[in-house]
Design a protein around this ligand. Structure first.
Ligand code: ATP
Ligand code: MG
Length: 259
């Protein structure tokens, strides 16, 4: 199983949007795909149409190992290959458990080993804060996708995420490599890119190198529309808007080939 964490250390950088479309597209290609919602705000869980009862197991129980791992994995209405370990707001209570465990950064990685034969790909939607949950989801990853708004704030989010990653790599708390940096809400007026967007994307290229910056997600309401209709952009007739995800999926297939 290839584990990919979608992380960026600010709110509203496109983490959940990217996770959702990647999971949906990969599973529709026939790959058994597990999505993991690691944000106590649980937007991914909501977008996938789940309304959990308070007693239903989530990522909290998966991490604490209080129930069998399989009991935390739910099929989705999306398609037969897409599964979810959901979250609810109780997930925040796992922060202390992770820090008291002394092995918080590697805990999720070990828990995922139990189910690594069932799925080909695991996509993890990370929370925006530099929390214990954030550390464990980066610790579990083979690769990181870093979405970052094409703005000053987004550039800052990228830099902070890269700093955290290299700090964790230095102490052996993760082996994750950057699969790609994905500019989010890139603004264009006709054929002209907004100045702030261009400066931010140029800064991202300087930071990680041209080849690691994925074609942008443009500023557009269509993404939200596709999420609300529980469908893909190409099925809504906006194939061009799906291009950034196609490039990421090519990279994922290349990484799977090497595994
Ligand atoms: P958080 O840190 O709060 O979890 P996030 O990084 O997961 O945020 P998203 O929730 O994916 O970010 O996106 C932020 C908002 O931008 C959402 O309301 C989403 O619907 C909206 N959005 C998604 N795609 C686009 C787009 N292409 N253009 C403009 N807005 C978008
Ligand atoms: Mg989110």
């Amino acid at each position: 199983m290839l584990t990919i964490t979608v992380s960026s250390l600010s709110g509203g950088q496109g983490k959940t949007t990217t996770s959702l479309f990647l999971g949906r597209l990969l599973s529709r290609q026939g790959l058994p795909t597990l999505m993991l919602d690691s944000d106590p705000q649980h937007n991914l869980t909501t977008y996938l149409g789940f309304e959990l009862e308070p007693n239903q197991p989530t990522l909290l129980e998966f991490l604490k190992k209080t129930v069998a791992p399989e009991d935390c994995i739910y099929p989705t209405q999306d398609n037969d290959n897409l599964f979810l370990i959901p979250a609810d707001d109780q997930l925040d209570t796992v922060q202390d458990y992770l820090s008291n465990s002394g092995v918080g950064a590697t805990l999720l990685k070990r828990r995922l080993e139990a189910i690594s034969k069932i799925f080909k790909v695991c996509i993890i939607d990370a929370p925006p804060q530099r929390s214990q949950i954030c550390l464990t989801v980066i610790g579990a990853a083979d690769f990181l996708i870093i979405p970052a708004e094409a703005s000053v704030k987004g550039y800052g989010s990228l830099v902070r995420t890269l700093d955290l990653l290299s700090g964790l790599q230095d102490v052996g708390a993760t082996n994750a490599q950057v699969l790609g940096v994905l500019p989010f809400r890139d603004r264009w007026f006709g054929n002209t890119q907004a100045q702030e967007s261009r400066a931010a994307v140029d800064g991202m290229r300087d930071e990680v190198g041209e080849e690691s910056v994925i074609p942008s997600i443009r500023e557009s309401e269509r993404y939200k529309q596709a999420i609300n209709k529980r469908t893909t952009l190409s099925e809504l007739g906006y194939t061009d808007l799906e291009y950034p995800f196609e490039i990421l999926i090519e990279k994922i297939h290349a990484a799977l080939g090497g595994k």
